[in-house]
Ligand binder design. Structure first.
Ligand code: CMC
Length: 438
């Protein structure tokens, strides 16, 4: 393939050496970032598909929401750098930005927060739905089930062709996720469900529903609430990652938003994606003492051993993860303010971070600590059980999923997602009846 783009937008020329024919492929330009070769007509013109498992070179949509420059450690939400948002904004404001494309005015922000707050309560019947789960069910399993079931409770917001339905469903999802998540935890530990409180802000309310009980007044620690809010901002969106692509793919068939977000939660659960924060803590527990760190570093480097250092590396960030930098600072702030420096697992985490950052293998392969490495440590420090870590990621990512789902529905070029394949199985053969098989 030769680059024939002379600035006039003529694009690439693809030479088929089998037939001697050549094909011009247009090149599309975004507002920033690499150009994109438009292969939409490739199959019709050449009778060939492209092959790209893991979509490492494939753009699946156009989006105005989030921009990542992985080589330079840049992450922008609607053009604003993630560290500026984490330091100066809050999760509700960032959610408005992701959904609507602009920072809200004071009045818009108040109205948005009010509207989200007044959707936090769940249909009472959902309480009984929880009772169908085993007490020891993983909270992510409960999340997949309960969020998927929302479409059975909120029929009045599942017409995806109606913009009002779409916005009500989006607000419901953003508002109800912390309530659903906290209830998954309460169910697991056998404590009464705590109803949301409208006088508390989003992150505070979540902490209250998680840690409060009807027996005594629960006061939310402002440092913990701020750290939680920042974690929500840092995880709010991340371009076309596995779970967001899952939401878009599910939604491309016209499925309702509750079903699509439930599909996103299922995808997020895996340890290579959102499940990594839980996997980090499990790994730290397995390491057990700082003396065993070198042994695990060697395991991570050993090609014949499937073990990987959880919380290190990223598909897109090959320099540093800008979210991890903010998270690292927040992590140290939380540890200092809660005075939990002596926690053995945190000691192992800090030592692991130090060694991995100095080790040639990790430096050469650009395997930096990612956002999940630090978020796991913060969650641990503030008393969130390990099994809830990925649930928190899901709570934070809901606004991103919803914003991306809305963008997809409104995109006139949107089609049902339907990749093709390179078939490597048997070719046509005759059926052999059972009595004749050997
Ligand atoms: N420990 C040890 N070696 C690693 C690690 C790791 N954590 N991550 C990648 N490598 C090696 C890998 O073996 C490969 O080596 P080689 O080139 O010799 O074959 C090389 O680095 C490139 O790895 P890859 O698997 O081709 O990279 P990828 O882009 O497909 O995978 C990743 C990215 C995040 C899945 C991977 O780095 C990983 O499994 N990390 C641990 C899990 C983790 O922390 N996930 C959270 C990601 S951030 C949150 C999110 O966005 O969901």
């Amino acid at each position: 393939m030769s680059n024939d783009n002379n600035g006039s937008g003529t694009g690439f020329t693809l030479n088929d050496n089998r037939s001697g024919k050549s094909y011009d492929l247009p090149v599309m330009q975004g507002s920033t970032g690499p150009d994109v070769i438009d292969v939409r007509t490739l199959y019709a013109e050449t009778d060939c598909f492209t092959y790209d498992p893991g979509f490492t070179s494939t753009g699946s949509c156009q989006s105005k929401i989030t921009y990542i420059d992985g080589d330079n450690g840049v992450l922008l939400y609607r053009g604003y750098p993630i560290d500026a948002l984490a330091e100066q904004s809050d999760h509700m404001e960032t959610s408005y930005l992701l959904l609507y494309g602009e920072l809200p005015t004071k009045e818009q922000k108040q109205k948005f927060e009010h509207d989200i707050t007044y959707h936090t309560m769940l249909h009472e019947q959902i309480n009984y739905f929880y009772r169908g789960f085993r007490r020891d069910a993983h909270p992510m399993a409960v999340m997949c089930g309960v969020v998927g079931a929302l479409s059975a409770f909120y029929h009045d917001s599942t017409d995806i062709t109606d913009p009002k339905h779409r916005i009500v469903a989006s607000y419901r999802l953003i508002a109800k996720m912390p309530t659903i998540a906290a209830m998954a935890y309460k169910f697991h530990v056998g404590q009464p469900f705590m109803y949301p409180r409208n006088d508390l802000r989003y992150a505070e309310n979540f902490l209250y529903m998680m840690f409060g009980t009807p027996c005594e007044t629960y006061r939310v620690d402002p440092i913990v609430a701020r750290a939680m809010d920042r974690i929500l901002i840092l995880h709010a969106d991340h371009e076309q990652n596995a779970s967001t692509s899952t939401v878009r793919l599910a939604g491309s068939s016209g499925a309702n938003p509750f079903a699509c977000i439930s599909a996103g939660i299922a995808s997020l659960w895996g340890p290579a994606h959102g499940g990594a924060n839980e996997a980090v803590l499990n790994m730290l527990e397995e390491i057990g003492t700082p003396e065993r760190i070198p042994e695990f570093i060697e395991k991570a480097k050993d090609k014949s051993d499937p073990f990987r250092l959880m919380g290190f590396g990223h598909r897109v960030y090959k320099n540093f993860d800008p979210r991890a930098q903010v998270m690292r600072r927040t992590c140290h702030e939380v540890l200092d303010s809660l005075g939990v420096r002596d926690e053995p697992l945190l000691e192992i985490a800090m030592e692991l971070e130090r060694i991995a950052l100095e080790d040639d293998y990790f430096i050469e392969k650009k395997l930096y600590p990612n956002v999940d490495f630090y978020s796991g440590i913060i969650f641990r420090a503030i008393g969130i059980p390990t099994s809830m870590f990925t649930v928190l990621f899901a709570v934070a990512r809901t606004v991103g999923w919803v914003a991306q789902w809305n963008e997809m529905i409104e995109d006139p070029s949107q089609k049902i997602g339907r990749p093709r394949q390179l078939y490597t199985g048997d070719t046509l053969r005759d059926f052999v009846p059972l009595h004749k098989r050997k």
